[in-house]
Design a protein. Structure first.
Length: 339
């Protein structure tokens, strides 16, 4: 059945007094087309506009009513037709569902073949076949197969993409090696720069960053070495000043001896060899109670001094004690007794 016979009579729409209607519309339009709106006429103008809009709407509503009545036979026909062919549409829908189900199964089979091709073509390479998953749906189209056999164009397409990925891997390894070698030559770690490569930076961009970092580190080390050298020099100067101060105080102490003490004894006390001798004589008992890293040497000097008077002796004693020394006086009778 491929025939659908329908007979219908085209309806006629006749407007009575058409000329009169047109004259009335034209007359109203002309009467208001050149209307000059002013502040004084604003209220009357708004009223006229409302009346004209009301007239236009009533005419349009009448047109819609007439069109609806005119289309009534067509509307009734369309309702009947839709109901009449509904069973046919249901049959088509059922067949269509079956076809789509079979096509989906066939596509899954083709996708399986594509996955097998990917695994086969990436074997013995560093390429991971899973990275091409987004291409599988397009590759599994029926146009790329003869039944379930892949066409040459499909194999060529997959091979081309895999070769491109192999090239990317080779370029990445080469770039990574260049970065690693450059970092090794400059004695810095390559880890942060390899991450930059992985994030998409070019080798030239990364090399520029490395060069800048190396220069910065070199300048920092030079500045640190200068600071340490200056600190070392300052410390040496402080130690020298301290040594000079201690030597000066020692000389001042011995120079404070009364004038009647022989110059020979004074010279002997100021000689380095005499001082070294004194350093070797120390009190072990005095150091045992001290903290582990502190060493105190006690210099013992024993000599006879004759002062002109008590005041001279007391003045000399004050000088020695002010320098950190300790005076132990031995009475004359004790010396005689020991002799």
């Amino acid at each position: 059945m491929n025939e659908f016979n329908v007979t219908f009579e085209p309806a006629k729409i006749k407007v009575l007094d058409r000329e009169k209607f047109e004259e009335q519309i034209n007359s109203i339009a002309q009467a208001n087309s050149n209307r000059l709106v002013t502040i004084d006429s604003m209220a009357d103008d708004k009223k006229t506009r409302a009346e004209l809009r009301k007239l236009s709407k009533s005419l349009n509503d009448e047109k819609i009513r007439i069109k609806k009545e005119y289309n009534q036979p067509l509307t009734e026909f369309e309702v009947w037709f839709k109901k009449a062919v509904e069973v046919l549409e249901n049959a088509i829908s059922q067949i269509d569902s079956g076809i789509k189900e079979v096509e989906a199964e066939q596509k899954e089979e083709r996708k399986k073949i594509v996955h097998e091709l990917l695994i086969e073509l990436t074997a013995d390479t560093e390429v991971d076949s899973r990275i091409f998953e987004n291409f599988v749906d397009d590759w599994a189209k029926a146009s790329n197969f003869n039944d379930i056999k892949p066409k040459k164009q499909l194999i060529d397409s997959i091979t081309y993409v895999i070769d491109g990925e192999k090239q990317k891997i080779a370029e990445y390894k080469s770039a990574k090696q260049s970065i690693s070698d450059f970092c090794f030559g400059n004695n810095i770690t390559s880890t942060p720069y390899i991450r930059m490569l992985e994030s998409g930076k070019t080798v030239s961009e990364i090399m520029a960053v490395i060069t800048e970092d190396v220069l910065f580190e070199k300048q920092r080390k030079e500045a640190e070495e200068k600071r340490k050298a200056a600190e070392k020099q300052r410390q040496a100067e402080l130690e020298k000043q301290q040594q000079e101060y201690e030597t000066r105080k020692l000389e001042e102490s011995f120079n404070a001896l009364p004038s009647h003490v022989g110059e020979e004894n004074a010279r002997a006390l100021s000689q380095p060899e005499v001082v070294e001798h004194f350093k070797e004589v120390f009190d072990e008992k005095a150091t045992q109670s001290q903290p582990e890293n502190i060493f105190h040497a006690v210099i013992r000097v024993e000599f006879d001094i004759k002062f002109a008077d008590i005041e001279a002796k007391d003045e000399w004693k004050k000088e020695i004690e002010a320098s950190g020394g300790q005076i132990i006086e031995v009475p004359v009778w004790e010396k005689i007794k020991n002799k």
